[in-house]
Design a protein around this ligand. Structure first.
Ligand code: URA
Length: 198
């Protein structure tokens, strides 16, 4: 298994698809490398490309609020990455060949982080990681157990900015994510039972 530094260098030097030629910065990922939850978006937009960090534009501000409302943050207890690490021109969806060229890097990141939960933000992440025919409208908020990970998809924050009506369902998904996080982390956090006399 590669280490973080080697993996980042490999991504910096990557020529597996043409996106590396048009990007400003590689957008590798951000957060706690030992996080129990990995959030995956689709790919960097303009702001992310300029800053080299995922989710720093309007959608990112909303994502940070969504995380905060269930006690999570990129500074503390989640890791955030994307299906592709270089900005697709004009913010188009990453093409299937771009997604699958970049996916091995996300897999290596996942091996290093070893999260218990993977949250797909939107259709591109869900169709790439859960099921090619995944429908966000039909199957958001549903848990899938895959290769030792608990996986779930919810609406992409950019979709929530376009359609406020989805926010109620997105909030319910967030509560499910918080509940699963507590369920999966409570055992390791539990103190051994206190000894009692008699
Ligand atoms: N949208 C994404 O899917 N990822 C980002 O990093 C920013 C916007």
């Amino acid at each position: 298994m590669v280490d973080w530094e080697t993996l980042r260098s490999a991504c910096e030097a990557c020529h597996r698809c043409p996106l590396g030629q048009t990007r400003t910065n590689l957008v590798f990922g951000v957060g706690n490398p030992e996080a129990e939850i990995l959030f995956v978006g689709e790919g960097p937009g303009e702001q992310e490309d300029l800053k080299g960090e995922p989710f720093v534009g309007k959608a990112g501000i909303l994502l940070d609020k969504m995380l905060a409302c269930i006690g999570l943050s990129r500074q503390e207890n989640v890791y955030i990455a994307n299906i592709v690490k270089c900005r697709p021109p004009h913010n188009r969806d990453p093409l299937p060949e771009e997604r699958f060229s970049c996916l091995p890097y996300l897999r290596e990141q996942t091996k290093l982080i070893r999260p218990k939960i993977i949250v797909c933000l939107g259709k591109v992440a869900a169709t790439t990681l859960i099921d090619p025919s995944f429908s966000i409208m039909r199957s958001h908020g549903v848990w899938y157990e895959r290769k030792g990970f608990w996986m779930i998809a919810t609406f992409h924050p950019a979709a929530l900015l376009r359609n406020e009506g989805l926010k109620r369902d997105a909030y319910a998904d967030l509560l499910r994510i918080r509940a699963k996080y507590e369920e999966l982390t409570s055992d390791s956090k539990k103190e051994p039972p206190a000894e009692t006399d008699g």
